[in-house]
Design a protein around this ligand. Structure first.
Ligand SMILES: [Zn+2]
Length: 191
């Protein structure tokens, strides 16, 4: 599977410039792979059967276990779950929000990313802010030293990054519950 490609790695690699961001995340596939590496730092591990091989489904954000055929969403339990907005837009928003001092407004986010509505930008920013506070607090108890790790990439992903501390320590995949997302985009959410 491609999700074990070496770079960039969540919590370790951080795009310092817009050019670097674009080279890290040129498309949805790159964002998908990034989340997969964040979730399974030591490679895919099926929570249902322990299988270590999976392939990416052509649609959606799922990996399918090659052994038991269970589908696992790379965005399950993250702020990207059940969202219609492309991962690339989420990543760009997170990067932009984290890069701006003292902060970014919903209007600014809408303009920079070319989002269709202010409500979408506002809801997106709200989710990002919540996610960016939580991992920072947990990092105080964790082992990560770099503040770059607070770059918000979702609840479960951040918990994984904060607690595992390194690529080779306890595998977060063993705590991951396999889920079937089935592309259940929420019609109620503007994002
Ligand atoms: Zn399996």
């Amino acid at each position: 599977m491609t999700a074990t490609a070496p770079e960039p790695f969540g919590g370790l690699d951080y795009p310092r410039t817009l050019r670097e961001f674009n080279s890290f995340f040129p498309d949805e596939r790159a964002c998908f792979d990034y989340l997969a590496r964040l979730r399974w730092p030591d490679g895919f591990l099926c929570a249902a059967c322990g299988g270590t091989r999976a392939w990416r489904m052509s649609k959606g954000r799922n990996l399918r276990c090659a052994v038991c055929r269970a589908d696992v969403s790379v965005t399950a339990e993250t702020i990207f779950a059940d969202t219609r907005l492309p991962l690339q837009a989420w990543f760009a928003a997170a990067w932009y929000a984290a890069s701006q001092k003292p902060g970014v407004s919903a209007l600014g986010l809408q303009r920079v990313l070319g989002l269709g509505s202010y409500e979408t930008a506002w809801a997106l920013l709200l989710k990002l802010r919540r996610a960016m506070v939580r991992p920072g607090r947990e990092l105080l108890q964790g082992e990560l030293r770099s503040t770059r790790a607070t770059w918000a990439l979702g609840g479960a992903a951040n918990r994984v990054a904060a607690r595992s501390g390194s690529r080779s320590s306890r595998s977060p995949a063993r705590r991951f519950r396999a889920g079937r997302s089935g592309g259940s985009a929420s019609a109620a959410s503007p994002t």
